[in-house]
Design a protein around this ligand. Structure first.
Ligand code: NAD
Length: 499
């Protein structure tokens, strides 16, 4: 069996804690590797080495750092197929979806090539007599990223790209469920010219995360994962005096107005609800048709589309719409929630519970499920299922549909399908959610905008990628300078304007 490593000072390093986690092939259920779980000592060593490497990297001019990003993009494109194969084998998603995962990370690296522009700072000439004032953005030192299993290429790149382009050293603690692609990214960064020690990848679980949270040399932490862990990391990280941003779980509603193109809406729901087996933080998990007639017509269109979905291993190529979920525990949790939906009175109109795939009986496959007549008190509505399960909550009016989206504790993304511009505009203005789609089911902003939810989907005040990422990974220093050349004001003890 393959034994994975950490990546410290530009080399693969064997774990020394004696603790490991199994890495599965979710399609077959087989353990294909084991990953070391770092101890506090291993984390502290990686951080100390990163702190040693950072000053030279921080002093490297921004265009040279940007050139490393440029070369990294070339290498990602060169190795796209190899990365996608590894990603699919550990995560289970289809190959086109794995390429999308890598591509959306790559686009953030492309954005980071603009670091010299983003880091320019501000200057005021003659703010007072002989006085100039300017501000500069300086790196924080060592930053860390803790990332989830569901985008093992994209989210590590969302974190490491801006952090490194800003001149920080970076400690990546990827998900222990699919750690191979993050290790490959580190190898490619080295090949692109990143000095050793500036990017460290340490694998691990709660012990490693706690060591990161408590290490005083780490100035900032970016986290993406489930909400309970996001809250924990935000609380402990902030109380240790760090800058922290945490992105959590989701329950994304899609409102379907009576005037919507229902075929378009049904296609969108199938893609957004079942793509990647529903393991996306921007997946649509709740459909909210407005009016009984809209709901009946929508369900009638959804059922045949969902029943046609092909579930299988990524090795089956284009014959598969979505693959297995990540672990047996994830599968059991999804099926438990489906049972709770039936027990609590929701109508299961597409029942995937008996799903079996010949030749892959031990794989973590979950058939597609569609619930109708879900109500707000049910567990399948309140909880994030993170599986191929779509719940339909019927609303009588637009206001009622809007209230469903607004009252839910999560606020990552939402969408409305309508032909009416007034309704779409009203929705975009009033809804208390971070990312909104208008006739777009998965409104993930591109690299040069920012990504982030509201309410229990995000903690901290800056978003991921886009201009916010350059703010998060730098701190501002403002300099007031005077070259008097002949100006004599005498001493003053007052706090006074400059002019
Ligand atoms: P997770 O919370 O289980 O794990 C995320 C990270 O936290 C991993 O690196 C893991 O090792 C670590 N971790 C797990 N348990 C921990 C503990 N007790 N203490 C400290 N660290 C711990 O999340 P996951 O299952 O890997 O990912 C799925 C979740 O991520 C979903 O809730 C999904 O909505 C969310 N997600 C959110 C976004 C977003 O931008 N809002 C994006 C992707 C995924």
């Amino acid at each position: 069996m393959q034994e994975l490593t950490h990546w410290i000072n530009g080399a693969h390093v064997t774990g020394t804690s004696g603790r490991f986690a199994d890495v599965f092939n979710p399609a077959t259920g087989e353990v294909q590797a084991r990953v070391p779980l770092a101890s506090k000592q291993e984390i502290d060593h990686a951080v100390a080495e990163a702190a040693r490497a950072q000053p030279a990297w921080g002093a490297t001019n921004p265009q040279r750092r940007a050139r490393v990003m440029m070369e990294f993009v070339r290498l990602l494109n060169r190795d796209m197929d190899k990365l996608a194969q590894t990603l699919s084998r550990e995560h289970g998603k289809t190959l086109p979806d794995a390429r999308g995962d890598i591509q959306r990370g790559l686009e953030v690296i492309e954005y980071c090539i603009g670091a010299p522009q983003m880091l320019k700072g501000e200057f005021t000439d003659s703010a007072g007599p002989g006085i100039d004032m300017y501000s500069m953005r300086q790196p924080l030192g060592v930053a860390a990223g803790i990332t989830p299993f569901n985008f093992p290429a994209m989210i590590p790149m969302w974190k490491m790209g801006p952090a490194l382009a800003c001149g920080n050293a970076f400690i990546l603690k990827p998900s222990e469920r699919d750690p191979s692609v993050p290790l490959m990214l580190a190898e490619l960064m080295q090949e692109a010219g990143l000095p050793d020690g500036v990017l460290q990848v340490v694998n691990g679980d709660k012990d490693a995360v706690d060591a990161i949270l408590d290490n005083p040399a780490i100035a900032a932490i970016g986290f993406v994962g489930s909400t309970p862990i996001a809250e924990y990391i935000y609380g402990r990280g902030c109380s240790n005096g760090k800058r922290v941003q945490c992105f959590g779980g989701a329950k994304n509603h899609m409102i379907i107005m009576p005037d919507a193109d229902l075929d378009l809406a049904a296609d969108a729901l199938v893609g957004a609800g079942y793509g990647a087996a529903g393991e996306r933080c921007m997946a649509i998990s709740v459909a909210v048709p407005v009016g009984e007639a809209t709901a009946d017509a929508l369900i009638e269109r959804l059922i045949p589309r969902i029943e046609k979905l092909k579930v299988g291993p990524y090795t089956a190529g284009n014959d598969v719409d979505y693959g297995p979920v990540v672990t047996a525990a994830a599968k059991a949790n999804i099926l438990r929630l489906v049972e709770s939906g039936v027990a609590q009175g929701a109508k299961l109109v597409v029942d995937g519970r008996g799903f079996k795939l010949q030749g892959y009986e031990d794989g973590f496959f979950v058939g597609p499920h569609l619930f109708d007549r879900v109500t707000r008190d049910m567990d399948i509505y309140r909880k994030e299922i993170f599986g191929p399960v779509l719940s339909t909550v019927r609303a009588r009016t637009y206001e009622e549909a809007l209230a469903h989206a607004m009252d839910h504790e999560y606020g990552n993304g939402t969408a409305i399908f309508t032909r009416d511009g007034d309704t779409a505009r009203d929705f975009a203005h009033r809804v208390n959610i971070g990312m909104i789609g208008i006739n777009v089911p998965i409104p993930v902003p591109l690299a040069y905008h920012t990504f982030g939810g509201w309410k229990k989907s995000a903690f901290g005040d800056l978003n991921q990628h886009g201009p916010d990422s350059f703010r998060f990974y730098t701190r501002t220093k403002t300099i007031t300078s005077r070259w008097p050349s002949g100006i004599k004001e005498g001493a003053s003890l007052n706090f006074r304007p400059m002019d």
